[in-house]
Design a protein around this ligand. Structure first.
Ligand SMILES: Cc1cc2nc3c(=O)[nH]c(=O)nc-3n(C[C@H](O)[C@H](O)[C@H](O)COP(=O)(O)OP(=O)(O)OC[C@H]3O[C@@H](n4cnc5c(N)ncnc54)[C@H](O)[C@@H]3O)c2cc1C
Length: 424
């Protein structure tokens, strides 16, 4: 009897997580991970925190090579899946090989959006998505600044922090009034503005880039919508991402504006095809509507849920989305998503380098953001998961013992019966 083969397209956070989980759950078939990147699958988050100055040595592998061998996970690296045949249940590789695939997982992620401006397609205008991008940016920055970053998203801000730490002159151009304002709201986003300005970043908000100029093959000036011109040795564009969902289209799987729509188990509009990670357009209890969750932790958990489902034990990914970003030696952590209708509570004593903000919803914490507040975030995560009712005024006071709120709740709930778990 031939074994079922599961082909996973994309060997990054979500794809590798799905494969590992399938093996943990004793999936009996063959698992093949395919990725265009020839390197052993590596983590993306470290790329923007260090910027590779010395080539591949700074890469952090997701798993050592032996792990794939020991778990009998076949790696086809440096190969692109070019087509999916929905009638024959096969995928075609760039090499011409055709793989029969009883189950297919699309974990193809996203690509960086480009600025549609003449002259922007040159060596010193870069975006950051993979190790090659990080190496190119690192090499360009080795020559010094000025560095102009277009877009104050997570990646743009991290690149700014790394560059400033190396003493490079940095200007960020952001169309919105504050960095990450959609994720954090204006009050918290202003603290981030202060953090970067405090480290000498020039943050120009409410403006866009209108043109590039320079000699052939190089940008030396960035022109802004308000008429200003900025000198630039390097330009990093971080204006968001778009889904890589071409394969889904070739398989006549539904796609939408966000990516590949999936049900609560990661299944697409074709029963044998699943999608996971950044490319998946999912309904999630923490999202007001269907959408992508572009965070490492979500890619891992969603991938693992899809892996379990494929191994015969359907699992939903419902954890509150968690994200972090490292800037100037401090870590900003976010759990859940704030909504415009939430009441924002900023803990008294907030400074750009250390703060805690809560988005209150119906007397409970709907989302939280904390800078340099890992211990508190750990407790808040448990308060959120347990749905503990809390008072916003209490949360605002820095002397309120968050752990005490959790203990009080436990005491009110009474002893946990034998055999039951106290955790939600
Ligand atoms: C620079 C950077 C820093 C980040 N930092 C953080 C952070 O600090 N905190 C955080 O929470 N999140 C962070 N993220 C986000 C996080 O890394 C992503 O959410 C995560 O990598 C998504 O994983 P994924 O597997 O869905 O997709 P991706 O990591 O995008 O991987 C998709 C893979 O699919 C492959 N692929 C695509 N099409 C094909 C094809 N046709 N054939 C073969 N292979 C294909 C690609 O080569 C790629 O390897 C960061 C992302 C980047 C880029």
């Amino acid at each position: 009897m031939t074994k079922t083969r599961c082909v996973i397209v994309g060997a990054s956070a979500a794809g590798v997580s799905a494969a590992l989980q399938m093996r943990r759950m004793d999936f009996p078939g063959t698992i093949t991970l395919v990725d265009t990147d020839p390197r052993l699958p590596y983590e993306r988050p470290p790329l923007s925190k260090a910027l590779l100055e010395d080539g591949a040595s700074a890469l952090v592998p997701i798993q050592p090579a032996e792990a794939y061998r020991d778990l009998d996970i076949e790696l086809r690296l440096g190969e692109r899946v070019t087509e999916v045949d929905p009638a024959r249940l096969t995928v075609r590789l760039g090499s011409g090989d055709i793989l029969k695939s009883g189950r297919l997982v699309l974990a193809t992620g996203v690509r960086a959006r480009r600025l549609a401006l003449e002259g922007g397609d040159v060596d010193n205008v870069l975006s950051l998505r993979d190790a090659d991008d990080a190496r190119r940016i690192g090499a360009q920055l080795a020559g010094g600044g000025p560095l102009v970053i277009v877009g104050a998203g997570f990646v743009g801000l991290e690149v700014a922090a790394v560059a400033r730490t190396r003493g490079i002159d940095v200007t960020i151009v952001e169309a919105q009034p504050h960095p990450l304002v959609h994720a954090l709201g204006p009050d918290v986003a202003e603290l981030l503005t202060d953090l970067h300005q405090g480290h000498g970043v020039r943050l120009l908000s409410g403006v866009t880039v209108s043109a590039f100029s320079g000699p052939a093959g190089r940008v030396e000036e960035v022109w802004l919508s308000d008429g200003r011109r900025l000198p630039a040795a390097v330009v990093v564009v971080g204006i968001g991402v778009e889904p890589r969902h071409e394969l889904a289209r070739s398989a006549i799987v539904d796609t939408d504006h966000y990516g590949i729509p999936v049900n609560e188990f990661g299944q697409t509009s074709r029963a044998w095809i699943y999608a996971t990670g950044d490319v998946a357009s999912q309904r999630h209890p923490n999202l007001p509507q269907r959408g992508r969750i572009e965070h490492w932790d979500a890619a891992l958990r969603h991938g693992a849920a899809v892996g379990s489902t494929l191994a015969g034990e359907p699992v939903r990914y419902t954890d509150a989305p968690y994200a972090w970003t490292d800037q100037y030696g401090a870590t900003l952590q976010l759990i859940g998503r704030g909504r415009p209708t939430d009441d924002l509570v900023l803990r008294d004593g907030a400074t750009p380098g250390r703060f805690l903000a809560f988005w209150m919803r119906h007397g409970r914490i709907g989302a939280v953001a904390g800078m340099d507040a890992s211990r508190e975030i750990g407790v808040v995560k448990r308060l959120m998961a347990a749905g503990v009712p809390v008072d916003g005024e209490q949360l605002a006071r820095p002397d309120t013992d968050l752990r005490g709120l959790l203990k009080k709740r436990r005491a009110a709930d009474g002893p946990v019966p034998v055999g039951a778990s106290a955790a939600p």
